[in-house]
Design a binder for this molecule. Sequence first.
Ligand code: F6P
Length: 340
Amino acid sequence: MKAKKTARKRGPLRSGPRSIAVLCSGGDAPGMNAAVRAVVRCAIFHGLDVYGVYKGYTGLLEGTFEKMNLRSVANIIQRGGTILKTDRCQAFFQKSARAEAVHILRRKKIDALVVIGGEGSYTGAHLMQKENGFKVVGIPGTIDNDVYGSEYTIGFDTAVNTALDAIDKIRDTASAHDRVFLVEVMGRTSAEIAMRVGVSGGAETIVVPGKTNAAIIDDLARSLKKSAAAGKLSSIVVVAESGHPEFTTQLALDLRAKHGIDPRVAILGYLQRGGTPTAQDRYMASLMGAHAVDALVNGKSNLSIGVVNGAIAEIPLRKTVGRHKKADHALLKLAAILAS
Ligand code: F6P
């Protein structure tokens, strides 16, 4: 993907902001720091003042802002997590809290806000603009890759690679003991991580949400018995966490009770959210951060800076909220063929 040409501006354009803020919200994702760095440095390049808001929308309401300079974001591109910290702010579901946040921003003479986060964070941002006319731009940052309207979200590639590394290791022990492993990956209700990890990790089967538990168990048992009959001594099954706690553990118990299969369970969990961001995540975060600032400088707002047909694109925020990206279920069939 090519970077867009950025012409040096002499101070902000008349329609654009003079001062912006940036925050991270929702689950942290590797690459968020690269996005913060890009926003801060591009804003300064364009002659804007830029503030970091600590702890997402909670920090916005508490007024924990810090004026950033070029050195504030030094040596962070390679770090996981987020230097700004993040939060899931329940208060922000209230209209009055969003109005208060805009009041605080205006009092600090901040004209626009860049929000790095997932769909929940986007909803808060969109409503801030809709209800109070405050300029916002979103950058999709979540390992789940489930933000509607964008082919990519920051953190997805690192999470997938972390899960793959774990699966390669689990395969060694699965093979040594001739065992079946159920490996649960994150993604909340989205199957994007499971699909990508399943195909790339050579999983025998990928379990995704959508069917009843009984149907999932019967399908899985059938597929594992078929693999065993074909001479496979060990199997890796990638399970999407499905938004239900204990889902995979229960799956293992049911397989044992109903079908006499005795799988081991590995829940990868928060491991997938940490670690050094991959080149892909740093690069995408850098391009998205730069584009977010360009959009604001050019007087645009209420946008998500996503990826469409492989290129950085501006998507109206209102089109991204309250919707979920559909996983490509053809990948399940492909995984089965490749694992045969
Ligand atoms: O949205 C990112 C994510 O890591 C999901 O994959 C997971 O279901 C959820 O966050 C966990 O949320 P929390 O950090 O609130 O436990």
